[in-house]
Design a protein around this ligand. Structure first.
Ligand code: ADP
Ligand code: MN
Ligand code: MN
Ligand code: MN
Length: 336
């Protein structure tokens, strides 16, 4: 038997955006625990906007477990759903509402800003850095600053050690802005990984005195906002496809524009303006290779008989990947 540090993670009840919370439980195991071996736990929901003080217990139901290489000794991260004491999902539990589909695959492209002292990392104390242009995939101190690359690389290593499908990094269009991509198979899998990857990024940046700014438009001006493009496919979209099916899918997306925007993160009107590679928030469009469309269709998708995956470009950097995946599957399922 050895002692393991289990970091239980969950989403709190704050709106419009939940925060990640975590606390550590020490448990004895013979070897790295499977999900089934990890005990249910609880927390004080009155401190997370999830309960009244008089009856404050909420239940943490483990849903996924990951290696934690950023901590000494035997350590694991346990992603949890929040449940009521009777076992039913808590109203804040967006994961529980995702339609189940093992054939659903999601790829999220998370953009964000690194922040220090109230401004994007590498920005001058007053005024603005040079206009954007050379920062995207940029190299050199002048373009990326000094510690950003240390942080994003350390984050990458933490994700890989946790078996998270981190797929890559790029410096983004605005100075101090970065992206990483996460892919997963199954309705909630990529979203679970994304929440854990967000946690690891926050935790890794702490020791550099750096915060992560997830807001989709943290400052105004001629600067790109942050999105979280959602690439998605199902068995039918990948294997059957066809132009007619694709067009009915897009029609369903258009008919559900408000429900999608509601699930795609707060303040998206600040980002979806029709500028900076976006479609405006009240319009729905799709286009082949069109970065100004709501849904971008790859040329290879069309060439393969409208088969493959689609990219919804509207979800923003602060969106809840559970809510995003859930909404997309709901609309896809409406088409049948
Ligand atoms: P871009 O910046 O050009 O939009 P990225 O390479 O950043 O492209 O992101 C593409 C995303 O699409 C990746 O997260 C990838 O995992 C995802 N993806 C690739 N194939 C599929 C698929 N069949 N179903 C769902 N997502 C996919
Ligand atoms: Mn990308
Ligand atoms: Mn990007
Ligand atoms: Mn994209």
């Amino acid at each position: 038997m050895a002692k393991y540090k289990l970091e239980y993670l969950w989403l709190d009840g704050y709106t419009p955006v939940a925060n990640i919370r975590g606390k550590t439980k020490i448990v004895d195991f013979d070897s790295f625990p499977t999900l089934e071996q990890i005990p249910v736990w609880s927390f004080d929901g009155s401190s997370t906007q999830q309960a009244e003080g008089s009856s404050s217990d909420c239940t943490l139901k483990p849903v996924a477990v990951y290696q934690d290489s950023g901590r000494t000794g035997n350590s694991a991260i346990v992603m949890c759903e929040v449940c009521l004491t009777n076992g039913n999902p808590h109203p804040s539990n967006t994961r529980a509402g995702i339609p189940d589909d093992p054939g659903a695959w999601f790829g999220f492209e998370q953009e964000y800003f690194l922040y220090q002292d109230g401004r994007p990392l590498g920005w001058p104390e007053t005024g603005f850095p040079d206009p954007q242009g050379k920062y995207y995939t940029g190299v050199g101190y002048e373009n990326v600053g000094d510690i950003a690359r240390t942080i994003v690389d350390e984050h990458l290593d933490l994700c890989l050690a946790a078996d998270i499908n981190h797929e890559g990094i790029n410096a983004e269009v605005a100075k101090g802005q970065w992206e990483f991509q996460i892919f997963g198979k199954g309705s909630a899998n990529a979203a679970d990984q994304m929440w854990v990857a967000r946690y690891l990024l926050l935790r890794c940046a702490e020791k550099y005195g750096v915060d992560v700014e997830w807001h989709c438009k943290p400052f105004t001006g001629d600067w790109n906002g942050s999105g979280m493009h959602c690439n998605f496919s199902t068995d039918k979209i990948r294997e059957e496809g066809g132009e007619d099916y694709f067009k009915s899918l897009m029609e369903a997306f258009e008919n559900n524009i408000d429900a999608h925007i509601a699930a795609y993160g707060p303040d998206n009107h600040m980002r979806l303006t029709g500028l900076h590679e976006t479609q405006s928030i009240d319009k729905f469009s799709w286009g082949v290779a069109d970065r100004g469309a709501s849904v971008r269709v790859l040329q290879s998708f069309v060439d393969n008989g409208y088969k493959g995956y689609l990219e919804d470009r509207r979800p923003n950097s602060e969106g809840d990947p559970y809510a995003i995946a859930g909404r997309i599957l709901q609309t896809v399922n409406e088409v049948g």
